[in-house]
Design a protein around this ligand. Structure first.
Ligand code: AMP
Ligand code: ZN
Length: 492
C-alpha cells in the first residue's frame, strides 16, 4: 500500500499515516446540525471528507466512516437550541425538523455524489450513553453538578493533565475572558472556560430527558465524544471537521474523552478550511450567501448563470481542503471550462487505440499517472493531482489531434491510462459526467458543419473565410487542427 501523509492538526505537522490496525481505518467526521438546509460551506467540508474517504478506499483500506447527525444540544449564543427554535418557527415537532433537514442534507449529498458514511448516528439516539459518559467524567473528578447542570472542570483537568488547549492552541488563561457556551449560566461555573456537559432544561424547553441530575439535555460537544468512541473505540485513527469547530467543540471533545477514559481519542485530526464568497465569509446575516440551488439555477445576483453540481464540486476540489476557498463567478466559469475539458478528454480516451509496441511515450504517461496519485498521498492534494490530470488531458488531446494512432504508447501503458485516470476522476474525486449530452450532441453537430464550411472555403481558395473561422473558434477556446485524415477539433 502506498504511504499516505496527513497534516495533523494535533501535532501541527505533516505525518505519515499509520493506522492503529493495519489495513483498517476508523474515521469520525462531525456531521451537520439539522435545523436548516445545508449551505455551500457545509457542502465543501463534506465533499472534502468524502474525497479522503474515497482515497483511503482506493489505497485499499477497509474504512469505517462515522458521520453523525446533530439533532440536540447545539445551542445559539442566547442558549436556545437550534432545532427547538426552528420547530417553534415552523410549527413542527422537533423530530419533524430533524427529519426534514436530514432528508434535505442527504439529497444534497447525493446531488454532489458523495458516498454514504458507514454509520450515521444521531445524538438523540444516544442519550443513555451520554448520561453514562457524564457520570464517568464526574466519577473521575473532572466534572461537577450545579443546580441540575453538570460542568466540565477545565482548570482541574488542565492542572492534572496539562492538555486543555493542546489541539486548538488556546491558552487557558486567555479563556478566562471568553466563552461562547451557555452564557446565561456563567454564574454556575467555577471558571468561565468550564463548559456544560449536561444542561438542566427550562420548563418551556421541548427536547429534554431524565437524568440523575435533572430533566435536561446533553451538551453538543459531549455527543461527538460519545458517538465517535461508541462506534470506533476509545482510540481511533482520524477525526475531522471544519476548522471553525477546532475550538471549543473539538478541544472539548478531547477533554471529555481524556476525562472519561484517560484516552486521547484520535491519532490524526483533520480540519477543512472555510468557503468564502467574493473574498468575505459566506454569511446569511449580511446577504453574502448563495444556496446550492441558487448556484445551480443561476438565480442569484452573485452569479451570471447556473452551474451544474459537478462543475461546483470540481471548483471546490481545485483548491486544497486546508485553504480558504473564495467562490466567485469568474472562478466558477473557469472551473466549468476545466471540468468540461476533463470530461471530453475522458470520452476521447475511451476511443483511443494503439497497435504500437514502441513505448517512447510510456514513461511520460506513467510518471504523470504516478505523480497524480502521489499528490493525493501528500495530504489529499486535489489541486496538484488535478493539475497532473490536466497534463494527461493535453497528451490525450494531442494524441487524438495528431491522428498518430498513438504511436509511442504501448498497449500496456494505454490500458493503465484508461484505468487510472477515470478511477481518479470518478472513484477518488467522485465526479460524474453531468454535462448535458444534448448540448454535446448539438456542439458536435455544429462543429461538423463549421468544419465542412471551412473545407469548402479552402477548396475554393477562400483563405480569408477559412482563417476567419479558425480564429473565431480559437477565441471561443476551440482549436482545430488539419491532419492527413481530416480536420479535428478540441476544447482547450
Ligand atoms: P454545522 O451544521 O454548522 O454544525 O456545520 C457542519 C460542518 O460544516 C462543520 O464541519 C462545519 O465546520 C462546516 N462548515 C460550516 N461553515 C462552513 C464554511 N463556510 N466553509 C466550510 N465548512 C463549513
Ligand atoms: Zn462534533
Amino acid at each position: 500500500m502506498r504511504d499516505l501523509y496527513i497534516q495533523n492538526s494535533l501535532s501541527k505537522k505533516k505525518e505519515k499515516f499509520t493506522p492503529i490496525e493495519e489495513g483498517y481505518v476508523g474515521m469520525y467526521v462531525c456531521g451537520p446540525t439539522v435545523y436548516s438546509d445545508v449551505h455551500l460551506g457545509n457542502v465543501r467540508t463534506f465533499v472534502s471528507f468524502d474525497v479522503m474517504y474515497r482515497f483511503l478506499l482506493f489505497l485499499g483500506y477497509k474504512v469505517r466512516y462515522v458521520r453523525n447527525i446533530t439533532d440536540v444540544g447545539h445551542l445559539l449564543d442566547n442558549g436556545e437550541d437550534r432545532v427547538s427554535k426552528r420547530a417553534t418557527l415552523e410549527k413542527l415537532e422537533p423530530m419533524e425538523i430533524v427529519q426534514k433537514y436530514s432528508n434535505s442534507f442527504h439529497t444534497m449529498m447525493d446531488v454532489f455524489n458523495t458516498k454514504k458514511p458507514s454509520i450515521e448516528p444521531r445524538a438523540t439516539q444516544h442519550i443513555i450513553e451520554q448520561i453514562e459518559m457524564v457520570q464517568q467524567i464526574m466519577d473521575n473528578g473532572y466534572a461537577y453538578a450545579k443546580n441540575g447542570s453538570v460542568y466540565f472542570d477545565t482548570i482541574k483537568f488542565h492542572t492534572e493533565k496539562k492538555s486543555y488547549g493542546h489541539l486548538s492552541g488556546r491558552v487557558i488563561e486567555d479563556l478566562l475572558t471568553e466563552t461562547r457556551d451557555d452564557l446565561k449560566n456563567q454564574s454556575e461555573k467555577k471558571h468561565p472556560s468550564d463548559f456544560a456537559i449536561w444542561m438542566k432544561a427550562a420548563p418551556e424547553h421541548i427536547m429534554k430527558w431524565n437524568s440523575p441530575w435533572s430533566v435536561g439535555f446533553p451538551g453538543w460537544h459531549l455527543e461527538c465524544s460519545v458517538m465517535s468512541t461508541k462506534y470506533l473505540g476509545d482510540k481511533f485513527d482520524i477525526h475531522g471537521g471544519g476548522n471553525d469547530l477546532k475550538f471549543p467543540h473539538h478541544e472539548n471533545e478531547v477533554a471529555q474523552n481524556v476525562g472519561a477514559c484517560n484516552c486521547d481519542p484520535a491519532n490524526y485530526w483533520l480540519h477543512t478550511n472555510m468557503l468564502l464568497m467574493n473574498g468575505r465569509k459566506m454569511s446569511k446575516s449580511d446577504g453574502n450567501t448563495i444556496s446550492p440551488e441558487e448556484l445551480f439555477s443561476g438565480e442569484s445576483p452573485h452569479v451570471s448563470k447556473g452551474y451544474t453540481p459537478m462543475a461546483v464540486k470540481f471548483f471546490m476540489l481545485q483548491s486544497h481542503y486546508s485553504s480558504t476557498l473564495d467562490l466567485t463567478d469568474g472562478g466558477m466559469q473557469a472551473s466549468e471550462k476545466g471540468y468540461r475539458r476533463l470530461m471530453m478528454a475522458l470520452t476521447t480516451l475511451k476511443s483511443l487505440e494503439t497497435t504500437s509496441d514502441d513505448g517512447a511515450l510510456d514513461n511520460e504517461i506513467l510518471s504523470l499517472l504516478d505523480e497524480m496519485i502521489g499528490h493525493m498521498c501528500d495530504d489529499f492534494n486535489t489541486p496538484k493531482a488535478i493539475a497532473s490530470a490536466f497534463e494527461l488531458v493535453s497528451k490525450i488531446n494531442s494524441m487524438k489531434d495528431s491522428h498518430i494512432n498513438i504511436n509511442g504508447l504501448s498497449k500496456d501503458a494505454l490500458s493503465k491510462l484508461k484505468t487510472i485516470l477515470p478511477q481518479f476522476v470518478y472513484d477518488i474525486l467522485g465526479l460524474q459526467n453531468d454535462m448535458d449530452n444534448a448540448d454535446n450532441d448539438v456542439l458536435s453537430g455544429v462543429m461538423d458543419l463549421i468544419i465542412e464550411l471551412r473545407q469548402d472555403a479552402r477548396t475554393n481558395k477562400n483563405w480569408d473565410t477559412s482563417d476567419k473561422i479558425r480564429d473565431g473558434l480559437a477565441k471561443n477556446k476551440i482549436t482545430i487542427k488539419d491532419g492527413k485524415d481530416g480536420t479535428s477539433w478540441s476544447v482547450s
